[in-house]
Design a protein around this ligand. Sequence first.
Ligand code: AMP
Length: 140
Amino acid sequence: MYSMRVKSVMEAKKRLVAPPETTVAKAAKLMAKKNVGAVMVVKGKHLVGIFTERDVVFRVVAAGLDPAGTTIGEVMTADPVTVDPNEIFGRALLAMHDGGFRHVPVVDKGEPVGIVSSRSALDPEMEEFTAETQRRLSLR
Ligand code: AMP
């Protein structure tokens, strides 16, 4: 899994982009609808930042800001660490470990084409674990 290309691990359907003018309230609704933990913030087609569920909690709610009156551009992390679709997934995981975050936008020529997260690594491992557990239980 770690030596697989990022493009074969990323889930295109988890790609959520929004402009910096989007309010936090609107972004949170989009995140809930798509069931994702991060918005890639774009100006035109270009990635300028990332806004995650952690930012909702720490930079908005805990800071006492109004989600309907705050834009994601005001509270996002600008110029996030990104990964190329042809990089190996292990490099994205290393970036998450080093940076202390759980999302890495996948960028091709400046455009965000997808996102990988720590769950991208965990979910297949858990599926394998669950399948193996079921197999062992069925042998009892
Ligand atoms: P997360 O664990 O991904 O929810 O993010 C924790 C913090 O790191 C938040 O403030 C995010 O805005 C920030 N963050 C998330 N992904 C990245 C990234 N790829 N590069 C830089 N910062 C990030």
